[in-house]
Design a protein. Structure first.
Length: 406
């Protein structure tokens, strides 16, 4: 048997396999380029994720904050729309003589409007005693409305729970201050005072006493025209409606007992009493609508000739304005925190001082607020310059109980 052997060129086969392997592999330069592109891509993705996250946090903060502002604005608008004076007509008596007992003999000479209730709005510094422009920006309003809010405890002997139309006093104003009066008691004790520090914020405050604590009929206020505004302030100390009292709700000095914040980071509340627009066909707002309160101040207890164009005997006395243009400027949470930070005291001072000079003339409302596309408003310029995000809520409320006429 013969065996045949064939010689195989293994060296050539090895070189061919090596060439095939080299064709399917990456060089070091290619690997470095790929890794560089991968690193750049990861950096871009990381930046995009960071931007999206910051945008989401900022948007979520603004939405949640403005949701709170919207709820407060709706509550304010709803209660304001129910404001009333319950105005009636009475005789204007003129004394003719006296009888034998010295009693006055009077005869009616004319009819005049009369009301025991009170409606007042205007710059907070003018209608709240002791309020300063830097701590109380914007306007305030105090009024009576049939809200029927009563005590829910067992004090007293009269059950008023079902009297849903009882008159209640209401008031709204913006205040700068800390939350020390609204915090749970235990947060004022160590170590919580350090863990949860006091927060300074601009807040929309609601003064909301129950019907049992309505002082509008108090003779101490009604018999003295100089004290007519005291029914919504602390009688004992003359303090702001924003001062806290340690007494219970039967105390005369419990002014702040019924005052609470209903929204934070509210920069300003602007209330402009107006008459109906006479240029509705043309769509242009007549400047005469502001004549009822040219300087935003409206006091139903006064004749009102100083602020209105009405020259009748009583002017706007015992009348409510037929319409109220209500505007609220709200900041988002990040802007509110920025404004309250001790590191931004200069910005805070600039914004608060700038606010104190605005909204003093009703005819300058547009120029003070947001202005026009060609000329930005003073407030808009101020807030954008301070890098504060804000939103403006505006509505016009028709007061159903106004019965406005000259």
């Amino acid at each position: 048997m013969k065996h045949h052997f064939r010689m195989v060129n293994t060296a050539g086969a090895s070189r061919a396999g090596s060439r095939r392997l080299q064709k399917g592999a990456f060089t070091l330069v290619e690997l470095l380029v790929s890794i560089t592109f991968l690193v750049i891509l990861m950096l871009v993705v990381t930046q995009v994720v960071g931007i999206v996250q910051r945008t989401w946090v900022r948007a979520n903060s603004r939405v949640s904050q403005f949701r709170e502002a919207r709820k407060a604005f709706d509550l304010l608008s709803q209660n304001l729309s129910q404001a009333t004076l319950n105005t009636y007509w009475t005789n204007d008596l003129q004394q003719l003589s006296s009888d034998a007992l010295g009693q006055a003999i009077k005869a009616p000479t004319a009819y005049k409007r009369q009301s025991e209730l009170h409606f007042i709005c205007g710059p907070t510094t003018q209608i709240l005693s002791g309020a300063t422009g830097t701590n109380y920006p914007g306007h305030a309003v105090f009024f009576q409305a049939p809200l029927g809010v009563v005590r829910t405890d067992t004090k007293g002997t009269v059950n008023t729970a079902n009297l849903s139309n009882l008159l209640c006093g209401r008031g709204y104003f913006v205040e700068w201050g800390s939350d020390q009066y609204y915090r749970p008691t235990f947060l004022g004790q160590a170590p919580y005072t350090t863990i949860v520090p006091v927060r300074n914020r601009l807040r929309l405050m609601e003064w909301s006493p129950t019907a049992e604590m309505n002082d509008i009929y108090s003779s101490a206020f009604r018999d003295n025209p100089n004290n007519i505004r005291q029914w919504y302030q602390d009688q004992a100390t003359g303090a702001l409606a924003g001062e806290v009292s340690s007494g219970d709700d039967t105390s005369v000095a419990a002014g702040r007992y019924f005052t609470r914040p209903i929204a934070e980071n509210i920069l300003a509340l602007i209330i402009s009493p107006q008459t109906e627009n006479t240029n509705t066909a043309s769509g242009v707002v007549s400047s005469n609508v502001y004549d009822i309160a040219k300087n935003y101040l409206y006091d139903s207890a006064l004749v009102g000739t100083a602020n209105t164009a009405n020259t009748s005997a009583q002017g706007t006395q015992h009348l409510m304005p037929p319409m109220l243009k209500v505007t609220m400027v709200a900041l988002d949470e990040r802007s509110g925190e920025l404004l309250s930070s001790a590191d931004n005291a200069a910005t805070q001072s600039k914004v608060m001082q700038g606010m104190s000079s605005l909204f003093t003339s009703a005819s300058n409302y547009t120029a003070d607020l947001e202005g026009t596309p060609d000329s930005p408003g003073t407030l808009k310029t101020l807030l954008l310059g301070a890098k504060l995000n804000y939103r403006v809520f505006t509505t016009t409320i028709a007061l159903r109980q106004a019965r406005f006429s000259y």
